[in-house]
Design a protein around this ligand. Structure first.
Ligand SMILES: [Fe+2]
Ligand SMILES: [Fe+2]
Length: 384
């Protein structure tokens, strides 16, 4: 079923329905041009009366042609899906839910009440609705013998976010939790250890607090039987020894509010200074030292960089707020440059931050092709 093709930089790219476990496939679109992959899963429960097909996080409307093709390859028609679950209501998770409802007028939807309150505004109209709130129900039963455990992961990243645990496959469908960015063109299914960098960066951008992550990690560690596979809504499926390793790392990852504290910034300043030097080495090599310093000392764009970074002759010095400053340095150096250079710069920064054990600045690119990005546009709007 898996369709393998050689991708860029000698990496193997995967497409088509990708088997996660028996009767469980990742049916989302593996997009080699994107830094954030959206995962949709199709789990088929084989019973005496025939199979019951459940779609986990139907995915982005933009990816629908691929999702539809993969589902059809597995079960013949999208209308064969009996039920869908939603971790939360974001468009990359729920965009295709209305299309599943159109394809099967008898479909049911499973999500927390908090998610339903918002997602109904997307015109999601399942025939039946089941609330996945543990105060009401701790288990979701499919057919007469399959059960999924409802695992609340509040504020990861939405208040009513809900993961689902399949004890038979020992697989946790975790939504954005444990999701991550990939390197450009690297779109295989299973995680490797250094994919943690993309996971850490994604969480540092989207998760609101370390306490929320710790609560979720406690819930996951308590699952019985123990989790063997974490299947998130973005990036790579986590298996084997990486499951306990990534759980440990998640438990101590500073995210969200913790990243805004000045104390953290001061304690990390020296390490960010070293990271800046490593980034400058790469940029100097490609762009030339003069161009690099001109870009960093320019009065445009008005992004406040001179408050954080001083440029005197050849010397570039980080003065304060390394986390914020590094994101601005990256934006200035990568602006208008080919993606290969931006990716090299991003990789350098990610590696350096991981080695120095400091929070990864928000340097993930997510701009769609064909969308003009500028601080000043002919639309009369100026962002300062
Ligand atoms: Fe989300
Ligand atoms: Fe997401």
């Amino acid at each position: 079923m898996d369709d393998l093709a050689k991708g860029g930089e000698g990496e193997t790219q995967e497409s088509g329905p990708l088997e996660v476990r028996p009767d469980c496939y990742m049916v989302g679109y593996r997009n080699p041009a994107a830094l954030l992959q959206c995962n949709t899963y199709l789990r088929s429960f084989q019973g005496a009366g025939g199979a019951v097909h459940v779609c986990v996080d139907p995915g982005s409307r933009r990816d629908y042609p691929e999702v539809e093709r993969h589902i059809c390859e597995l079960v013949g028609d999208v209308g064969e899906i009996h039920s869908f679950t939603l971790n939360h209501q974001d468009p990359d998770v729920s965009g295709n839910a209305p299309l599943l409802c159109d394809a099967n007028p008898n479909i049911s939807g499973v999500m927390s009440e908090e998610v339903w309150r918002l997602v109904q505004h997307l015109d999601v109209r399942p025939k039946r609705l089941h609330f996945a709130n543990t105060e009401r129900s701790k288990w979701m039963t499919v057919g007469d013998r399959f059960r999924w455990q409802v695992v609340p992961t509040p504020f990861c990243h939405f208040r009513g976010a809900t993961a689902f645990y399949d004890p038979e496959l020992r697989t946790l469908f975790s939504g954005d939790l444990f999701g991550g960015f990939n390197r450009l063109g690297l779109v295989r299914l299973e995680a490797q250890e250094d994919d943690w960098l993309g996971v850490a960066q994604f969480h540092q951008i989207y998760m609101p607090s370390r306490e929320a992550l710790r609560y979720a990690v406690r819930q996951i560690r308590a699952l019985d039987p123990p989790v063997e596979v974490i299947a998130p809504q973005h990036g790579f499926v986590i298996t084997g020894d990486l499951v306990p390793l990534f759980l440990d790392r998640m438990d101590s990852l500073p995210v969200g509010l913790e990243l805004f504290t000045g104390q953290l910034d001061q304690s990390c300043l020296d390490r960010y200074r070293e990271i800046l030097q490593r980034v400058l080495e790469v940029a100097d090599e490609v762009m030339g030292a003069e161009d690099v310093r001109r870009r960093l000392s320019d009065s445009e764009p008005r992004d406040n960089l001179p408050r954080f970074v001083s440029v005197r002759g050849e010397t570039v010095r980080l003065e304060q707020q390394g986390y914020t400053a590094m994101a601005l340095v990256f934006a200035r150096l990568a602006r208008g440059e080919p993606p290969e250079f931006a990716n090299r710069l991003r990789d350098t920064m990610l590696q350096a931050c991981a080695q120095a054990e400091v929070p990864v600045p928000p340097i993930g690119l997510g701009v769609a092709e064909g969308v003009a990005m500028d601080r000043v546009g002919s639309d009369g709007i100026r962002m300062e």
